[in-house]
Design a protein around this ligand. Structure first.
Ligand code: ZN
Length: 235
């Protein structure tokens, strides 16, 4: 369906330590050609651009992924953006807030693509964990951060309304990929020097659960109190 956000897995699942990769990249790509996510055991930060999956590993560099790479959690859509606006010398938060307001998108899903020169960007990635998995909080403590200046690339963002916190990550979730693949990851902060922003309003959410995972089926997921505190620290 056009303008659909396809999501595999939930944030709650990650918070509860269900970190197995449960969907091959090739399957995920049937549902979108652009997106973000993470791999088996929180194996790096994923960026999907023009139908190609990349992983930003703990060196900060991006590598192309094979079709059988297993994805734990991902948001993808079919890119059909329209030009919104160009920005010069603007902070990430300010820009996203303007994009949200101008598109009256606070109560719906929104995909944003930001292309151009980033004056400064700080990103993060994590190392693949093995079973038995550490908590997402522990994984968050072992994440690696990267900084780059005057770097040209693409930031892929999805906005999720607050009510879906736990299903996804409420607010904006941004991943970056440099054109030359030298850096990328989950975006922590950025100042944009000269970028073009395009947007796509998404009318539908298609949530795909990892129903082939016995761990997921057997898990007790009834206590949702951990969600808010862990999400704010780790995603
Ligand atoms: Zn992320």
């Amino acid at each position: 369906m056009k303008n659909t956000l396809f999501q595999h897995g939930t944030m709650q699942m990650l918070v509860e330590g269900l970190l197995d990769g449960t969907l091959p990249l090739a399957e995920l790509l049937k549902h979108g050609d652009i997106g973000i996510g993470t791999g088996d055991g929180v194996d790096g930060e994923l960026v999907i651009l023009d139908g190609i999956g990349y992983k930003i590993d703990t060196t900060g560099k991006a590598v192309k992924l094979p079709p059988d790479f297993k994805v734990t959690y991902a948001d993808v859509s079919f890119a059909d953006y329209h030009d919104f606006k160009s920005y010069q010398d603007i902070e990430l938060e300010e820009m996203l807030s303007q994009v949200l307001t101008a598109n009256n998108a606070q109560n719906r899903f929104l995909a944003v693509k930001t292309n151009g020169v980033f004056q400064k960007i700080r990103t993060r990635s994590s190392k693949k964990s093995q079973k038995p998995y550490p908590s997402l909080g522990e994984i968050a403590q072992n994440q690696v951060e990267f900084e780059a200046e005057n770097i040209t690339g693409t930031m892929i963002s999805y906005y999720t309304p607050k009510v879906f916190q736990g299903v996804g990550v409420s607010g904006f979730h941004n991943h970056f990929l440099a054109d030359n693949l030298s850096v990328g990851g989950h975006v922590l902060a950025a100042t944009m020097k000269d970028v073009t922003v395009s947007v796509q309003l998404l009318d539908n959410l298609q949530l795909h659960l990892p129903v082939d995972s016995q761990d997921f089926l057997d898990a007790d997921l009834t206590d949702i109190t951990k969600l808010d505190q862990v999400i704010s620290k780790s995603e």
